[in-house]
Design a protein around this ligand. Structure first.
Ligand code: FES
Ligand code: FES
Length: 158
């Protein structure tokens, strides 16, 4: 089978899988990285949200052969290391606000939140209500109000 290599949470990894396998299955089933959750597999629910080169993306909808050797994939497991701490400020805010209910969507919510704050900062501005409205991650438990409060608190720490 073809070999594919990329950087995952700061470490180079190599996998031996068919070109057409979607990255989410490579992460979860081949590499054992279970933070990105499987919900729809169709780029709709956003439960698998992770980062590629610092931007949010959904690995359920990206073939492994579309990933370049230089691409840096970050999952919730690798998020704290991006700021050199045990927990990222967004994760701390999540704990302070007691955001999760069942928890299933929450890794994706946090990764989406961090990406939104980063993008706003790159554009030289703060996160707006419109930014928060643009987050499409579904939460079946309806924790949306706490998520919005936590993003504001987490952004303050970033
Ligand atoms: S599992 Fe990736 S968007 Fe739903
Ligand atoms: S906390 Fe249960 S789906 Fe979001």
């Amino acid at each position: 089978m073809p070999k594919h290599t990329f950087i995952l949470n700061g470490q180079r990894v190599q996998v031996d899988v068919e070109d057409s396998v979607r990255l989410l299955w490579v992460l979860r089933d081949v590499l054992g990285v279970k933070g990105p959750k499987y919900g729809c597999g169709l780029d709709v629910c956003k439960a698998c949200t992770s980062h590629i080169n610092g931007k949010a993306f959904n690995p359920c909808s990206v073939r492994v052969d579309a990933i370049e050797p230089t691409d840096e994939i970050t999952t919730i497991e690798g998020l704290p290391a991006t700021v050199g701490r045990d927990l990222h400020p967004m994760q701390e805010a999540w704990l302070e606000m007691d955001v999760p209910q069942c928890g299933y969507c929450q890794p994706g919510q946090i990764m989406a939140a961090v990406a939104v704050v980063r993008r706003a900062r790159e554009e030289g501005r703060d996160v707006t209500e419109a930014d928060l409205d643009g987050i499409r991650n579904i939460c079946r438990c309806g924790t949306y109000h706490r998520i919005r409060d936590a993003i504001a608190a987490g952004a303050a720490g970033m």
